[in-house]
Design a binder for this molecule. Sequence first.
Ligand code: ACO
Length: 327
Amino acid sequence: FYSSGIIGIGSYVPEKILTNHDLEKMVDTSDEWITTRTGIKERHIVADDQAASDLATIAALRALEDASIGTADIDLIIVSTNSPDYMNFPATACVVQDNIGAAKAATFDVEAGCSGFIYAVTIADQFIKTGMYKNVLVVATEIMSKITNWDDRETCVLFGDGAAAVLLSRVEEGLGISSSFLGADGSGGKYLLLPAGGSRKPASYETVEKKLHTIHMDGKEVFKFAVRVMGEAALKALDIAGLKPEDVDIFIPHQANIRIIDAAMKRLNLSKEKVYVNIDRFGNTSSASIPIALDELYRNGKLKKGDCILLTAFGTGLTYASMTMRW
Ligand code: ACO
């Protein structure tokens, strides 16, 4: 088996910023409520003509440049998204493949909610470990603003848009991905869903009128689930790698709500300095939130070779996932 890890990373968030004060003019909310309940101050929002693959393409090219790998050498592209270009096909990964000219690459999308990045990297890891593929590009890209009901104050304050990509390849032994733990509880699917547009409820005048093509969420149920599984999943991933929470140098939790992050931090008994938080500037960018944070850390020179990194997420499905790696 080969060791596999990240050899290049890049991200992209749209320029336009929507602040809590902007939202105060749109729905009955306040900067104070959003800040204290979620930790979010502002989020980036795409222009009307941008789709998930456009963000993904910029992030992917940045990751390839960082890895010094040409598009001709990519064996597989996996895109994680909850907001694909097309409902339901072609896969966004196919659009990205064409955009970057990676003609030899196989392509598919992964839909695992906000846990999608860890799911996709886990899949990539298997292909590289077995030797079937050498270079796998994983891109998480989300345009939550286009599936948001901007009249629903409980959800519209939470999400933001953005994308990030990593190039995974063979790395020296002892570095790269050391463990991964994936899980789901499908019985919780009803708590966070986009009700229409699929084969269950195809698009009709009625679905549009009732805003069934936007996020419907039972925030309290999702919150309870998240607080429970974030700590559990992280401990499982650590255990598989033979690690303890005190071995972790940097913990990057999915950026959904600062109170969920605080709960996970307490469960793992980690100090604040070890936990990376950027939810105040980006909101919840769904499956892109972890790699955007990872890229920020990397670009700011905060990652040292051999650092033990713990990633943990939860999301629609409901899903959960955690992973450990040596940078
Ligand atoms: N501004 C002002 N008041 C609000 C807002 C708002 N934006 N939203 C809700 N409220 C009100 C509610 O109506 C309620 O009023 P009431 O008491 O008169 O009924 C009050 O605030 C309290 O509401 P709660 O639901 O108790 O607020 P809570 O503290 O649970 O926070 C929140 C709500 C932030 C949504 C929280 O439940 C949460 O973060 N849940 C997890 C959501 C999440 O992470 N989803 C993404 C999953 S990832 C993915 O895969 C996409």
